[in-house]
Ligand binder design. Sequence first.
Ligand code: UD1
Length: 422
Amino acid sequence: MDSILVRGNGPLSGQIPIAGAKNACLALMPATLLSEEPLTLTNAPRLSDIRTMTQLLASLGAEVTALQEGKVLATSCHGEINPVADYDIVRKMRASNLVLGPLLARLGHAVVSLPGGCAIGARPMDIHIDALAALGAEIELKEGYLHANARGGLKGAVHEMRFASVGATENFLMAAVLAKGTSVLKNAAREPEIVDLARCLRAMGAQIEGEGTSEITIQGVDRLHGATHPVVTDRIELGTYMLAPAICGGEVECLGGRIELVESFCEKLDAAGISVEETARGLKVKRKNGRIRAVDVVTEPFPGFPTDLQAQMMALLCTAEGTSILEERIFENRFMHAPELARMGARIEVHGGVAKVHGVDRLKGARVMATDLRASVSLILAGLAAEGETVVSRVYHLDRGYERVEEKLRAVGAQIERVKGE
Ligand code: UD1
């Protein structure tokens, strides 16, 4: 397994291009199951999770061709469709559950293995199941597989989710676009990836209103047609690279970044002493004068502070002046990076879903282990500012969510390389 070697060094400077959003693309790709006509996605990120979704869709009978080195995904699903999403693929990635809604809508039945994904909590499927059941699907769990049936087709309905789940909102949207009649989803997730999916579905002929708010209305149509859709910028990759100059000093422009994607994150950066300026091409980030200040962070659904930036923010706050309190409200068990950061000299106390980070002057390089996708990049960020050398092992998680991370950071002056493992 590969490792990443990082040497702590001085200020960074230059530009980092931000890719299309992994989480948007993983929801957009299954939308191809909804139409016989081709769906082309541009600005796709080149990541192993995208290859896993490609594999899953191929196993269901869809064609996905990566063009322009993977930046364009030409998808099509015009032949016979296999309704079974197999455990061997689904276990690799939780987002595989996003084929459930579209399969049900197109075929009236689906058999989808319960997913795996990052080990950051229980992550059950009950909200997805309730949402699809509201549209008339009968769903049973047998031998690790969800068996979903909508004999006579899905029917529009009003449904309120108990929690604004991102994945369940996406599944409901993709099911409701082909259901008979009108559907209303209340307490819907408002993430930019939901807005992006709604835009794509609309380009395919769906009738959707209210995306980006907590109430989405969908008027079912008989069929969807082909479309070409650009994937929205990855706000998590954006936030991650914005933290690089915040931690190391210097000034970095993140190309393609927009404030509205990371507003609550920018508010915390400002309070910590980091300035963010909107430019014609993206967001320019630099440290204001003096040391980083401690800030408190609570993770929440969008537009709140994203859970997917919590680990990276913790890396910044390890060397802040004072004590920061980070509260994780989306996933239990998402502080696995804390003991690894402690190996680098960080002073962190974790009690349940709350971490207290007491700032130290400087971190020191160490051998650490990546435990999940966002944790692995937080260790790289910490290593960039630490004294000496840091080796982050088990980086296969990293490749699920960050394309060419070494190249992007090296381009702004970081000392980072990949060490190939057996
Ligand atoms: C998506 C993102 C993930 C991000 C998360 C929260 C993708 C591919 N992944 O994941 O990167 O961290 O949003 O912003 O887009 N829950 C239930 N029952 C369910 C579904 C969810 O209890 O049926 C719980 C989960 O355990 C978790 C919380 O709801 O505690 C949030 O999950 P959800 O919003 O569904 O996240 P994902 O869509 O899985």
